[in-house]
Design a protein around this ligand. Structure first.
Ligand code: 13P
Length: 250
């Protein structure tokens, strides 16, 4: 059985004070969440502060991005060993906001994924199609291309210990969620594509759904057989809503 996973992607939000309040609220509400794993991904500058609050809890810390380089003269970048150094266990790679707003392509994302793994971080690899791609009927083609870039570089076996997040771009921050069946169809497609090369990796990889998941719609999405959890944006900024989603995953 795959352990359910809910990850909160705080994106570029918050202050020291609000981050502190949010993480305290989450920790205080975790009592009933015994089965699901819960991860929080604050902005880089708040990682240490949130990490300190997480000491002694079961909640792993994650970052939102990582450099493909090991270390060195790359102004403004953050290296995987630095993320390890401040206590991260997870890192999001290839989020659609990075792909579309900052021009990260499949190859770069695959290199970030490989770097994260090499340094002992668990990547949360985001894939997903744009609205025009869905309307053109190319969803599977796009997701396959994004996935294959990683498989080609890092090997299919690596996925057994990694996380994939299917986030249709048209559903992110729009309030327009994919239906449970729409999400399930793409999740099943991702798992089948991995299974074609490794049944074991397909069986083990956790595939999260992301895109306007909230306290109301989480349960019906998480009930689908190939949806192993959620990657939560807006709703992860409110402790009560995030905890309701964690309970649903649990
Ligand atoms: P929203 O939950 O705000 O739609 O964001 C989803 C997302 O991009 C998580 O990475």
């Amino acid at each position: 059985m795959r352990q359910p996973l809910v990850a909160g992607n705080w994106k570029m939000n918050g202050t020291r004070e609000s981050a502190q309040l949010l993480i305290k609220g989450i920790i205080n509400g975790m009592a009933g969440v015994t089965r699901a794993e819960v991860v929080v991904c604050p902005p880089f500058v708040y990682l240490e502060l949130v990490g300190a609050a997480l000491q002694g809890t079961q909640i792993p810390l994650g970052a939102q991005n990582v450099s493909k380089e090991e270390m060195g003269a790359f102004t403004g970048e953050i290296a995987a060993p630095m993320l390890k150094d401040v206590g991260c266990q997870y890192v999001i790679v290839g989020h659609s906001e990075r792909r579309t707003l900052y021009g990260e392509g499949d190859q770069l994302v695959a290199e970030k994924y490989a770097r994260a793994r090499k340094e002992g971080l668990t990547p949360i690899l985001c894939v997903g199609e744009l609205l025009e791609e869905r309307e053109a009927g190319t969803t599977e083609e796009v997701v396959a291309r994004q996935l294959d870039a990683v498989i080609d570089l890092a090997g299919v076996a690596s996925l057994a210990e990694s996380v994939v997040a299917y986030e249709p771009v048209w559903a992110i921050g729009t309030g327009r969620t994919a239906t449970p069946q729409q999400a399930q169809d793409v999740h099943a497609f991702i798992r089948q594509r991995i299974a074609a090369q490794s049944k074991e990796a397909a069986e083990q990889v956790r595939i999260l759904y992301g895109g306007s998941v909230n306290a109301k719609n989480a349960a019906e999405l998480l009930r689908m057989p190939d949806i192993d959890g959620g990657l939560i944006g807006g709703a992860s900024l409110k402790a009560a809503d995030f905890l309701t989603i964690c309970q649903a995953a649990n």
